[in-house]
Write a protein of this length. Structure first.
Length: 421
């Protein structure tokens, strides 16, 4: 069988499955590396989790959802609606194998490995993405005013001190704010938050779908292709490439990148090993008349979501619900977000839109970036949970190096697909 690391100029046709920010970033870096790139998605580029996220480029985002205290708090999460993380108990029987691995990775030694892995990606994330944003004419969609986290009590601020220390150790910049500092920066916030921190290097993508669309336009104008169609029936390993169907028609490429987000395992079912991929259901509530109330994203340290001024208004986006891909939106989660927004921003206008999306998540809160063991011409690039917008560029750079048979520019061992074996 052909060694997939030995790529001659005759093995340069590659498919990218998935046109969210991760897939599009992979496609652009592969094109820069000299590959002939065709990208596929059943929807328009940037329509999934990329569309509905909190618009934050979170260079400080090395702290995972997994943490040691979740082990003893887990039973209450099954029924909690006033918490940033909740579990739909009807979905629980289907999730038991995943949840067992998730809880295993809440142990401190596993959490430390996750933080170090995410930190290694985050340190190169801005440079890797800005190359693509600039090349695609996206500078006008970026706002650099930092990101604020607010704390409702001194106790919550003190309890989060260890996480701030861990972020600092991974290279994050943090400035502590007094209540007066916070009111000076964000005068429309209710004066009920005694503590806050500013992450000065965080920045905002004012329209994630639009910047992704521009990246696809750039790809196509420079020789790549985007085909709208549903990918299915990825075939088992072949010595001469990867084959799959698009709307029923068979396509064959020398290599393929699987960047289908939360649907990646459904897309590739039968064509590669099964990985423990599930989804964190995330919500947003849009206030189209209220963007002027904030000057930058403001995240609730205790509530698990951001309020972000962006082109379509003020977007309150986040929280985590473990409930699978098929259940209807949970109105209690939407009510929770709106209620917390109105407590913090009394001037918020009417709700103009709501949304449910699906973050692709593995039990250790790290993405998979690397070749399939069972189908080595297939490269995995999914599982970025809350950080797809932030880690898309660095993932694309690493995927292009893997596809070319080069030594990756950073250690990809923490992200290897076989770590769950």
């Amino acid at each position: 069988m052909t060694n997939p690391s030995e790529h001659s100029q005759e093995r340069r046709n590659i498919a990218v499955i998935g046109a969210g920010i991760v897939g599009v970033s992979c496609a652009l870096y592969l094109q820069q590396a000299g590959f002939n790139v065709t990208m596929f998605d059943r929807d328009e580029p940037g329509s999934g989790a990329t569309y509905g996220n909190a618009c934050t480029f979170a260079l400080y985002g090395s702290i995972p959802v997994n943490r040691p205290d979740l082990i003893w708090r887990f039973p209450s999460l099954m029924f909690g609606q006033e918490r940033p993380l909740s579990i739909a108990w009807r979905y629980m029987p289907k999730m038991i194998p995943w949840l067992m691995q998730f809880l295993k990775h809440c142990r401190q030694e596993h959490v430390d490995r996750t933080i170090n892995g995410l930190g290694s990606l985050l340190r190169d994330a801005e440079d890797a993405s800005m190359i693509l944003f600039r090349a695609s004419g996206g500078n006008d969609l970026i706002s650099r005013d930092g990101t604020i986290y607010i704390y409702p009590t001194s106790e919550s601020f003190d309890a989060d001190a260890i996480n701030r220390q861990r972020r600092l150790a991974q290279g994050a910049q943090i400035e502590e704010l007094t209540a007066t500092d916070l009111q000076d920066l964000e005068p429309n916030l209710a004066p009920i938050f005694p503590h806050a921190v500013l992450y000065p290097n965080g920045f905002t993508i004012l329209d994630p779908k639009q910047i992704t669309s521009r990246m696809v336009d750039h790809l196509c104008h420079t020789g790549g292709r985007f085909i709208k169609g549903e990918v299915s029936a990825v075939e088992a390993q072949s010595a001469d490439g990867v084959a799959f169907k698009v709307n029923g028609s068979r396509h064959h490429y020398d290599q393929a990148v699987l960047a289908g987000g939360a649907w990646s395992m459904q897309i590739a079912k039968g064509g590669c090993e099964e990985l423990p991929l599930d989804t964190e259901r995330g919500y947003h509530v849009q206030f189209s008349e209220s963007a002027e109330l904030l000057n930058r994203p403001v995240g609730f340290a205790d509530a698990g979501f951001y309020m972000t001024p962006m082109y379509q208004g003020l977007r309150a986006a986040g929280t985590v619900e473990l409930g699978g891909l098929n259940a209807a939106p949970n109105p209690e989660r939407l009510s929770y977000i709106e209620r917390r927004v109105r407590q913090a921003l009394p001037g918020a206008g009417p709700v103009s839109d709501t949304w449910l999306g699906f973050r692709p998540t593995l039990p250790d809160s790290l993405p998979v970036i690397g070749r399939s063991r069972h189908n080595p011409n297939l490269i995995f690039a999914f599982g970025h949970h809350h950080l797809g917008l932030t880690l898309g560029g660095i993932t694309g750079k690493l995927v292009s190096e893997i596809a070319a048979g080069a030594i990756p520019s950073l250690d990809v061992t923490p992200f290897r697909p076989d770590r769950f074996s």
